[in-house]
Each structure stands twice: as C-alpha cells, then as structure tokens.
Design a protein around this ligand. Structure first.
Ligand SMILES: NC(=O)c1ccc[n+]([C@@H]2O[C@H](COP(=O)([O-])OP(=O)(O)OC[C@H]3O[C@@H](n4cnc5c(N)ncnc54)[C@H](O)[C@@H]3O)[C@@H](O)[C@H]2O)c1
Length: 345
C-alpha cells in the first residue's frame, strides 16, 4: 500500500533526462500529493525547456550539479541512456539525495557494485525501475507463487514480443556501447522478473540472439535467454523487438511448479475490441505500473517501507544481463558468479 498523506512535506524531485520514458515518471509524480517536481535536467537544452514548460513551468538546466543545488531537492529520477546511469547515480549519492534510476542500474557489474556501495555509505534510498514487477501480470504471478499455488517453481517460460524498435528509438538504443547491448538493455526486464518470481539464486545464463529486423543492426533485436538456478530450476525467456506488425505487444507466461502449472496467456488479457474502426486491442492491464513503482519509491524515501527493488537486486539484474550478452557473443553458458566476481564484492 502506498500512503499519500498531505500532512508531511512533499518530497522534492528532479527528473534527469526528459526523453521518452520520463513522461511516465512525470505522470506518476503529478498523480501524487506527497511528491512534487522541482525541476528537470537534460543535456539537450531544447528538451529541457520543453519538459519544463510541459510540466508547469518548473526550473530547468542542462547541468546536474546545478539541479542538485536547487532548494528543496530531496531526490532524483534518472531517465538517461543506460551508460550514463552509474556516473549520475554516484553524483546524486554524493549530494546526499535519494534515487530512482531507470533500468539497468549500470552497464557493468563493477559499476553497479560501486553505485550500491555509494548509497550504503550515503544512507539514502537507491531503487531501480524494474517496472515489470509493478505491472499487474508481474505481481499476479509473484503473488500466486508466494501463495503456494503451483508448489515450488521448477520452470518459468516468459515471452515478451513486440516490434517497436523503430521509429522512436534514439541512436543510443541501437548502440551496444551506450545501451550495454540488448540483452542488458531490455532483456534485463525479463531476467529480473523471472528471478524475482523463482526466488532462488541464478547460476548461469545461456543465450543467443538474432538480428531479425535487419542484418545491419548492431544489437540483437531477438533474444532467447535460459537462466539456470540453484537446484536446477530453469527460466526460458524470449524477447523480441523485431516482430511485425510494429504495434504488436505480445506476452505469454507459464510457470510449472511441483504441484501445478500457472499460465497467463496474452489472449486472456488482450481485450479484443471491435468497434467502427474494426478489430483492435484495448489497453492491456498493467498500465499503472509506473504509478505503483513511483509510489513505492516515495514510500521508501519517506521511510514508510524499504524500496522493493534495491541496489542488490538491481546489481544482480545487471550481472544477468551482462552474462546474457557474453553468452550470445561466445555461444556458451556464462556463470553469474564469474560476472559478479568482477564487481569485487
Ligand atoms: N522501465 C521501463 O519500462 C523503461 C522503458 C523505456 C526506457 N527505459 C529506460 O529509461 C532510460 C531512458 O530511455 P528513453 O527511451 O527515455 O531514452 P530517450 O533517448 O528518449 O531519452 C533520454 C534523454 O536523456 C537525455 N540525456 C542523455 N544524457 C544525459 C545526461 N548525461 N544528463 C542528462 N540528460 C541526458 C537525452 O538528451 C534525452 O532527452 C534508459 O535507461 C532506458 O533503458 C525504461
């Protein structure tokens, strides 16, 4: 449960990076009375100005340090390209502020560990935006497993298939250096979710990828990732951004446990809608995930409850994504412990 009391001073927030996903966080923020937007930061002044105007004429700057010095700033939401997360997170920690950082927490295990240590030292909240945990389907599966509905989970199959790689992706999404590669960039959603569902330590990742949209792509827009867990549970993840039609957003879940099998088929959620325009899909449940996520973070900042996705979980998700990237490159399973060992913890 989130609390939304007007008796306490609202948490002052700056949003860093005002591109595509920042709008979701801003909408979530505006829906609350216990948080308010102090200002926005973007290295692109035009985008910063537009975001400031579009959000009540708040302050804007291209410089993070300036924003962290604004009066009333308690916390930052970071929505910048993946390779910039760690450095920005360290600056927010050094300023003694709380952080909600977009996934992945960092693009290397060592960077992620450094960020986790910085927040432990600062004593401020670090939460990573693994948003699928806050969607209805993510919570439903976790709740069913926790309630013992299928016994001990042995096999999870999760498919998230879509075609939205273009036209709204900016250059960094297609650059493996700035995104960390697609298994880390978007695969991390699935890797984190199945690990949360299964609730055991991941041992290895065996992955392969395809360039479905075009052989010229520098990233794999289709991925199969198999995660092996302690006691041999398995998660089989299939992710695509190259399916057609572009607007496709297909998701399919199967959890096989020691006493039963749970499925969450896409067909059951897609809400086929037929109107004068012909057949179409009504929005799939789960659209309030960003609001739920934001509320959980504000609760953590206010000390109501711990962050549901803390630094350790964010760092483990990074290790899984890095392992998947390496497995795609080498054609071999990659031990998660080997990736974590590089983080020096
Ligand atoms: N949780 C989710 O479901 C979800 C969905 C989409 C994207 N994301 C993540 O959100 C982040 C942003 O993705 P996006 O699609 O919004 O990207 P985007 O390219 O649309 O926006 C990024 C913005 O950050 C700005 N920027 C770049 N470097 C900066 C810096 N150092 N300081 C300040 N501003 C900077 C850019 O000018 C741009 O406006 C990524 O980490 C991505 O992985 C998460």
């Amino acid at each position: 449960m989130t609390s939304d009391s007007s008796n306490v001073a609202p948490v002052g927030v700056v949003v860093v990076g005002t591109g595509f996903i920042a709008d979701q966080h801003l909408a979530a923020l505006h829906g609350r009375t216990d948080a308010h937007l102090v200002g926005v930061v973007d290295v692109d002044a035009g985008r910063a100005v537009a975001a400031a105007r579009g959000n009540g004429g708040v302050r804007w700057t291209t410089d993070l340090g300036t924003a962290l010095d604004w009066p009333g700033v308690d916390a930052a939401v970071v929505c910048t390209p993946n390779a910039s997360h760690a450095e920005i997170a360290l600056r927010v920690a050094a300023a003694g502020r709380h952080l909600l950082v977009e996934k992945p927490l960092a693009v290397t295990a060592a960077q992620a560990a450094g960020v986790v240590r910085a927040y432990e030292r600062a004593g401020t909240v670090l939460m990573v935006a693994h948003t699928h945990r806050f969607y209805d389907y993510g919570r439903h599966v976790r709740d069913q497993i926790a309630a013992g509905a299928v016994g001990r989970p042995q096999l999870v199959r999760l498919a998230v298939l879509g075609g939205w790689i273009w036209p709204d992706w900016r250059g960094w999404n297609l650059d493996p250096v700035r995104s960390g590669g697609h298994a880390l960039h978007n695969g991390v959603h699935l890797l984190d979710l199945v690990t949360w569902w299964i609730g055991r330590s991941p041992v290895s990742v065996y992955a392969r990828g395809a360039r479905q949209t075009s052989a010229e792509l520098e990233i794999y827009d289709y991925l199969e990732m198999v995660v092996r867990y302690a006691d041999d549970a398995l998660a089989i993840c299939e992710m695509s951004r190259g399916h057609r039609p572009q607007a496709l957003s297909y998701r399919d879940v199967l959890v096989q446990g020691s006493t039963g099998t749970l499925t969450v088929p896409w067909d059951g959620e897609a809400n086929l809608l037929i109107d004068e325009r012909g057949p179409g899909n009504a929005p799939i449940p789960g659209g309030n995930g960003f609001a739920r996520q934001f509320g959980a973070w504000i609760d953590a900042v206010r000390g109501v409850s711990p962050p549901p996705v803390g630094g350790a979980e964010g760092a483990l998700a990074v290790a899984l994504g890095v392992a998947a990237e390496r497995s795609v490159a080498s054609g071999r399973p990659v031990a998660v412990a080997d990736v974590l060992a590089e983080a020096g913890r």
